[in-house]
Design a protein around this ligand. Sequence first.
Ligand code: IPE
Ligand code: IPE
Ligand code: MG
Length: 237
Amino acid sequence: MQVRDVVIPEHVAIIMDGNGRWARKRMMPRTYGHAQGSRIVEQICKDAYNMGIKYLTVYAFSTENWRRPKSEVDELMKLLRSYLANSIKDSSKNNMKVRVIGDISILPDDMQSSIYELEKASEKNTGLQFTVAINYGSRDEIVRAARAAARDAAEGRISYDDINEELFSQYLDTRDIPEPDLLIRTSGEKRLSNFLMWQTAYTELYFTDVLWPDFNKDELAKAVQYYSSRTRKFGTV
Ligand code: IPE
Ligand code: IPE
Ligand code: MG
């Protein structure tokens, strides 16, 4: 058997799932799992970049997650708020460009300001292109895109006939980001849960039973290895 070099995906997307179960296994409240889960994100970003991954996109809070108990939603918002605040210095230290996808218009004003500041402060960074999905749902994203395209058509900026897959994708939140090559979901669930449904049409899917707070560089390397074994990029059949 010929040993080939590992093919590194350019863009990896991750559904970071299993925080609640991780905490329950330790007889701790679910929020303890969320805290640990958010703590490991920075290290995964560094590991991904060191492996040669250029784009990393993570699902932090879905449009459906508002239906969780208020105390859990409040705790998740608190963690996201402090994550966004700390990310300004982390992104400059790690040369990371950070952006947020999802409908942020309903987030508290201070979080929206942190997002604008963070995106602005990191926009020229040339390292990992890191995208965080907050209040993100694919259906919501597609509906918002359709509305914006319809408005542009109605107001004469584009013609209805111009709307094709390529133009439509320019209305999505991910307009500047290539489609993911590999999607990882932790915790054993095998569904997309409304994440990047348009963008993952041809993405390789990798599921692992590892719970998100236990995810690490070795687990990321296993996912990349899987991708490498599946991909036919270099003309093999
Ligand atoms: C993922 O962990 C984090 C978010 C959805 C915000 P969960 O909270 O879904 O953890 P499980 O799936 O209940 O274990
Ligand atoms: C998906 O996980 C959302 C995030 C990881 C942010 P969930 O745990 O919310 O998804 P379901 O409810 O199991 O589909
Ligand atoms: Mg879950």
